[in-house]
Design a protein around this ligand. Structure first.
Ligand code: HEC
Length: 296
């Protein structure tokens, strides 16, 4: 039996088919699978080695068998191999796909009778590869149209996009839940869960009452229960004041060394709930009325 395809074609071809299949089946996001998962690179290298090894073994076996033939057998074998032209099937397939062209001598039979400044046109048969690709694309289009737009069982690209958006929103919410500690002044949001506010209250009691009073009425520090703010009364401004401190020399230190980002977000959120408290000895308002500003 003679191999139709030589090994220097067979090995790369098999290798690329295997790599392609892996790429197709392994979900590796934007990056190629063998970069995302280095183990796949290792696997592919192994595959390549094994393919080469198999070729080597097959070649060696053939050689041994050849040596075991008697002289007449060897002669017959050599005659056989040199007679068998390589790529016969491929060549036949190529000829079939290309279709037959008229030889130049017969071209006058198919020439069309118009003439554009000396450029003439031949009425050749359409090449089969072209014609059948065209038929295939028509079948594909019909199936596609029916599938996506008539019965609508498959998602169109718009549907896919919408689903991915929805999923991304869920993922982001999920991520934020586990990554609360990553907040900074740009991403901080008002926390409303009772557990967060409870912790915020505890932090306030431990660190802030000396200057702001337990009921937020103010002392050394300003009244936190009124609508007047020196440094801004939204969650981002309050977070920033706690994190970076107040104006220098006023006594409000930067807490970012002592409190974690999440803790600052919790106490800032708690401070904003104090707007509902009516303190026993409220300090006079300082700063600007925030509601007027908050529209900005
Ligand atoms: C040593 C006293 C002191 C302590 C302790 C203190 N503060 Fe202050 N706080 C001040 C002073 C003074 C100001 C005014 C800063 C300014 O005028 O720039 C202030 C301002 C603030 C403001 C801004 C008020 C506004 O009108 O803009 C917030 C919010 C605040 N503090 C929250 C806290 C929180 C939360 C804590 C505890 C983690 C805390 N403070 C601990 C003294 C203190």
């Amino acid at each position: 039996m003679k191999n139709l395809i030589p090994s220097y074609v067979r090995v790369p071809a098999l290798f690329f088919i295997i790599s392609g299949l892996i790429e197709f089946f392994v979900d590796s996001g934007d990056k190629p699978a063998f970069i995302e998962y280095p183990i796949i690179m290792l696997f592919l290298v192994l595959v390549l080695f094994i393919l080469i090894a198999i070729e080597g073994i097959v070649g060696a076996i053939e050689n041994v068998l050849f040596q075991s033939l008697d002289d007449a057998g060897k002669a017959r074998y050599i005659a056989n191999t040199s007679k068998t032209p390589q790529f016969n099937k491929l060549k036949a397939l190529y000829a079939k796909l290309k279709g037959d062209e008229k030889p130049i001598e017969e071209e006058h039979e198919i020439i069309l009778d118009h003439n554009y400044d000396g450029i003439k046109e031949l009425d050749n048969n359409l090449p089969p590869w072209w014609l059948y690709s065209w038929y295939a694309s028509m079948v594909f289009a019909a199936v596609y149209l029916f599938n996506f737009h008539v019965i609508g069982t498959s998602d169109t690209q718009y549907d896919e996009l919408e689903k991915e958006y929805a999923q991304a929103k869920i993922d982001i919410a999920e991520y934020k839940k586990t990554a609360k500690n990553l907040v900074d002044v740009n991403t901080v949001e008002l926390l409303t869960e009772a557990s967060d506010l409870q912790i915020g209250k505890q932090i306030y009691t431990d660190n802030c009452v000396a200057c702001h009073m337990a009921d937020g009425g103010g002392g050394i520090g300003p009244n936190l229960t009124d609508k007047y703010w020196i440094l801004g009364g939204d969650i981002k401004s309050v977070f920033k004041t706690i994190s970076e401190g107040g104006r220098s020399g006023k006594g409000m230190i930067a807490w970012k060394k002592d409190l974690k980002p999440l803790e600052m977000a919790q106490v800032a959120s708690y401070v904003l709930t104090m707007q509902n408290i009516t303190p026993a000895n409220p300090k006079d308002p300082e700063g600007d009325l925030w509601e007027a500003n908050s529209a900005e």
